[in-house]
Design a protein around this ligand. Structure first.
Ligand SMILES: *[C@@H]1O[C@H](CO)[C@@H](O)[C@H](O)[C@H]1NC(C)=O
Length: 326
C-alpha cells in the first residue's frame, strides 16, 4: 500500500519538472543575451555617441542671421535712382573703355588701395579714372551713344568682381553716373584681352540696342592705339573710318611703354590675328579663373560662327558675312 502512494507523487512531479525544464532555459538565454548586449552593442553605442559628441563640439557655429542682416543695411546709397528714359533702339554709337585693374567697391576709387592691381599696374589708377571720365564726357555729348566698360573676372586674387563691374562702380562712386547718362552706361563682363574687348562689346551693344554700332570710340592707353587700329580692326573687318581712338597714357616713359607693348602684345597679335593660338590663347585661358562663359552666340546669331573663328592660318582674315559691313 505505501508503495502505491509515490506513483501519484511522481505523476504530479512530472509536470512540475517539465514546467521547470521549459522555464529554466529562458533565464539562461536572457543572460547570454545580456552579455552579448554588453559586449557588442554597448561599444557600438559608445562609438556613435562619441562621434555625435565630436560633431556637436566641432560643428561650425551658425551665423546669427538677423544681426548680420541689420548691419548690412546701406546708409549712404540712394534707395532709388533718377534717370532719363532711353529708347535703346535709337542708339548707334559705341563708346568702349577696356578694363585693366579691378576696383573692389569700397573706399575712394582715387586711392590705389581700393583696387586689385598687378605689379605692372601700380601707379595707373589715375589713368583708369581718366579713361572713365573722358568716356562719360563723350557719352554726355552724344545722346545716341552707349558706353560699355569691358573686362571679365580675370584675376582670381581680385575675387569674382569683373573689371567692368569695378569700372562701373568707380564711376558711380565718383558721382559721374548722372541722370542724363545713367541708362547709357553698361558693362561687358567677359572680355579677356583687347581683341575681345572690341568683339564682345560689339555683341553686347547688339544685346542692348538690337543694332550693330555705326561708330566705335575706344578710350584707352595711347600706347595701344596701333594694336587696335592695325590689328583688331583688320581681324574684325571694321571700317577705320567709323572708328576713333582716344588715347590717355599712364605715367612713365612713352617710348618704354611702346617698346613693351610691341614685344608683349602687338607682335603676338600680328602673328595671331584672332588671339586664339599659342601664347595669346594661353593668356586668355589664364584670364578666366572662374570659368565663366558668355551668351553672345545666342544674343547675336548673325556672328555666332565668327565669335569662335580661329583659322588654321593664324593671319587669315575671316571672309564670311559680318553685320557691320552691310
Ligand atoms: C588709402 O586707403 C588706405 C586704406 O584704407 C588708407 O590707409 C590711406 O590713408 C588712404 N590714402 C589716402 C591718400 O587717402
Amino acid at each position: 500500500m505505501p508503495s502505491r502512494t509515490p506513483p501519484p507523487m511522481v505523476r504530479i512531479n512530472i509536470p512540475t519538472v517539465n514546467v521547470n525544464e521549459s522555464w529554466t532555459p529562458t533565464p539562461l538565454r536572457k543572460q547570454r543575451l545580456k552579455t552579448r548586449v554588453v559586449r557588442l552593442y554597448l561599444p557600438c553605442l559608445l562609438i556613435i555617441s562619441l562621434v555625435l559628441n565630436i560633431y556637436y563640439f566641432t560643428r561650425p557655429t551658425p551665423l546669427s542671421l538677423p544681426s548680420a542682416l541689420s548691419s548690412t543695411r546701406a546708409k549712404d546709397r540712394p534707395l532709388h535712382r533718377e534717370f532719363d528714359a532711353v529708347d535703346f533702339k535709337q542708339l548707334t554709337d559705341l563708346v568702349l573703355v577696356p578694363g585693366h585693374g579691378v576696383y573692389l567697391g569700397n573706399g575712394s576709387p582715387l586711392n590705389e588701395t581700393s583696387w586689385y592691381l598687378t605689379d605692372a599696374q601700380r601707379g595707373e589708377v589715375g589713368a583708369f579714372l581718366a579713361h572713365i571720365g573722358k568716356a562719360i564726357e563723350i557719352v554726355k555729348e552724344h545722346d545716341r551713344s552707349l558706353l560699355l566698360f569691358s573686362g571679365g573676372k580675370t584675376r582670381v586674387e581680385a575675387g569674382a568682381y569683373s573689371e567692368a563691374q569695378g569700372y562701373w562702380a568707380a564711376a558711380d562712386r565718383m558721382g559721374w553716373l548722372t541722370r542724363d547718362v545713367y541708362r547709357r552706361v553698361a558693362t561687358e563682363e567677359y572680355a579677356r584681352d583687347s581683341y575681345e574687348n572690341v568683339l564682345f562689346s560689339i555683341a553686347r551693344f547688339h544685346e542692348i540696342t538690337g543694332n550693330y554700332p555705326d561708330r566705335i570710340t575706344v578710350v584707352g592707353f595711347d600706347f595701344k592705339r596701333e594694336r587696335f587700329l592695325d590689328l583688331h580692326l583688320r581681324a574684325l573687318r571694321y571700317p577705320k573710318i567709323r572708328f576713333n581712338y582716344v588715347g590717355i597714357n599712364p605715367p612713365g616713359d612713352p617710348a618704354a611703354l611702346v617698346k613693351s607693348e610691341r614685344r608683349d602684345a602687338y607682335d603676338l597679335f600680328a602673328k595671331d590675328l584672332y588671339g586664339c593660338a599659342g601664347k595669346l590663347d594661353e593668356k586668355r585661358k589664364s584670364r578666366n579663373p572662374f570659368m565663366a562663359s558668355h551668351g553672345y552666340a545666342k544674343s547675336c546669331p548673325e556672328i555666332a560662327g565668327f565669335l569662335d573663328y580661329c583659322p588654321p592660318n593664324p593671319t587669315a582674315v575671316y571672309d564670311g558675312n559680318l553685320p557691320w559691313l552691310s
